[in-house]
Write a protein that binds this ligand. Structure first.
Ligand code: OAD
Length: 254
């Protein structure tokens, strides 16, 4: 499907759905100017080795490099804003009995767009934690030690500040993950947007939903393993398709 015109059976499905789970990935922030991870030309991993920048071992080996990389991404995010796709998700949520937005993104754009009930599977890049104890570190502390790359931790003599994101090899927050699987297993419509579906456990959520009988919509300019099991693959950008879905929801009140 390539036009923004939605097929009638999809419009019907939106009208009858009551419990919606959404899974988003880096693609929904592409129109905000934030690079995705796996794009062969422009993706973050095309220019950087994920293991040296997004793993505990990488941080141990070169904390300054990792800190600088996250500071650069924080600046990119600070200069950008949520796009029409983020807005559309926040806008359509109240039309359903339940609407759980599960994201792999760490940019916080869903909340900035007004979304509630957001499960951040991979954390949030704006927060900091101690590398040894994982206790939160305040922004004031980071500012007071802004010349250090990275700042020391106030919680542990050998600890350093690091972003509160999930790195390769680390476990996801258990209660967040449980809530995400409960939402996927209990929804009647799963809306997936902007994810390659290459990283577990997030990638299995649409499969869990489909197995439990939910319809699945996938928005992605490329075909992925998720689009292959989806009832509808809407090929194209999230900032185009998500507003089309939000419009269909508001034009067809239940
Ligand atoms: P990826 O970079 O792996 O995938 C982004 C997906 O978005 C691709 O399938 C693109 O085709 C699609 N895409 C690109 N532009 C788009 C647009 N304008 N609208 C919609 N889709 C678009 O990013 P994720 O799947 O989010 O984790 O990656 C998952 C995790 O892998 C990330 O959270 C990150 C990374 O390693 C950590 O850093 C822990």
């Amino acid at each position: 499907m390539n036009s923004e015109e939605l097929p009638p059976d999809l419009t019907d499905c939106l009208k009858s759905a009551t419990r919606v789970a959404v899974l988003t990935g880096a693609g929904v922030s592409a129109e905000s100017g934030i690079p995705t991870f796996r794009d062969a030309q422009t993706g973050l991993w095309a220019r950087h080795d994920p293991m040296s920048l997004a793993s505990p071992e990488g941080f141990e080996a070169n904390p300054a490099l990792v800190w600088d990389w996250y500071q650069w991404r924080r600046e990119l995010i600070a200069e950008a804003s949520p796009n029409a796709g983020h807005m559309a998700l926040a806008e359509m949520a109240p039309a359903f009995d339940s609407f759980v937005l599960i994201t792999q993104n760490v940019d916080g754009f869903h909340q900035l767009a007004g979304a509630e009930n957001v499960l951040e599977l991979h954390g949030n890049i704006q927060r900091n934690i101690c590398s040894k104890t994982h206790k939160p570190i305040s922004y004031d502390w980071i500012e007071q030690h802004a010349d250090d790359r990275p700042p020391p931790s106030p919680h542990h003599e050998h600890g350093m500040a690091r972003p509160d994101v999930v790195w390769f090899g680390e476990a996801l927050d258990e209660s967040t993950l449980e809530a995400a699987f409960a939402a996927a297993g209990g929804c009647d419509l799963m809306l997936v947007a902007g994810t390659a579906g290459a990283v577990q456990p997030a990638a299995s959520l649409p499969f869990v939903a489909a197995e439990a009988g939910a319809r699945v919509i996938d928005i992605n300019p490329e075909a992925t393993g998720i689009s292959r099991i989806a009832d509808w693959h809407l090929s194209g950008p999230g900032a185009t398709w998500l507003p089309a879905l939000a419009k269909a929801v508001s034009d067809n009140p239940r």
